[in-house]
Design a protein around this ligand. Sequence first.
Ligand code: PHE
Length: 334
Amino acid sequence: MQAKLDQIKASFQKELLSVSNEDSLREIEIKYLGRKCELTMLLRGLAQMSDADKRTFGKAANVLKLEITEQIENKRSELGIGGSESTLDVTLPVEPLQMGKLNPLTSLQYEIEDIMRSMGFMVAEGPELESEYFNFEALNVPATHPARDMQDTFWLEDGNLLRTQTSPVQIRTMLAHGAPLRMICPGKVFRYEAMDASHSHTFFQVEGLMLDEDTNISHMKAVMAELLSTLFGKEVKVRLRPGYFPFVEPGMELDFSCLLCGGKGCRVCKHTGWVEFMGCGMVHPKVLEAGHIDPKKYQGFAFGFGLDRLAMMRYGIHDIRLFYEGDIRFTKQF
Ligand code: PHE
């Protein structure tokens, strides 16, 4: 008798493993718990047994029946098929809610916005789908200009494009607010590039613009040193090198002292002690004119840096693609 029960149990479990839908589960249920199933037959046969046997085998058979019932119910909920009312236990603890978290790029962006606001900069926005005029022409990059090749562009069939930089928002904000002006614009930009651990066709930039009657590069150095030192919680030095961007004159690149080695030289800073950070310079008079601002009265600086690289450096992330995969296990770590 016991051997028979063991055999029923073993074949039930084997069959249960291959169940993958409601119908096959129902079949198994009838086969092992139905009115004419082997187990029911065995239980009926108990009547002919001695009292001692009735007790032992009766108990064993009922235990097996319960076990089978339970496993079928488990399978049912595993398959997402509504269980019968009687198995709904309203006292069970609720599954904890899966909470999302801000992408590290977004939280870094918010932090930058706060720091810049504290220095009097407004936070502006502009469209991701841009016209050729705002993305290039107004920024002193006419159609024939070789600088167009500096940024591989996603063109739309109607002649518009996905902005390759946040610089068009400089023009839009000048037109909307005039001078004096202090603004930053964090936003998504797009370039026609292959993806790898350090390149993405979609990434984030933070644009900055400050205009007044005597704003100059020393103001920019101070603003950037303040931004970076607050972000990293320690003193960060900045230095300037000459650089070329058609919308600034003179154009420059700004580096900051490597935070990983403290300027001594390491792999991240390619043993120079400095990390290349952003393009910047004094706003070109033609750009001011495109923004309807008088270049004889106002002057100022503009900059643009990549948010992704800054976030990678800050959080020790080695693959830019992680920011864009939307994997909650990644975002939850920050
Ligand atoms: N828009 C430039 C880029 O994407 C960066 C930049 C912004 C340079 C503002 C100078 C002034 O590379």
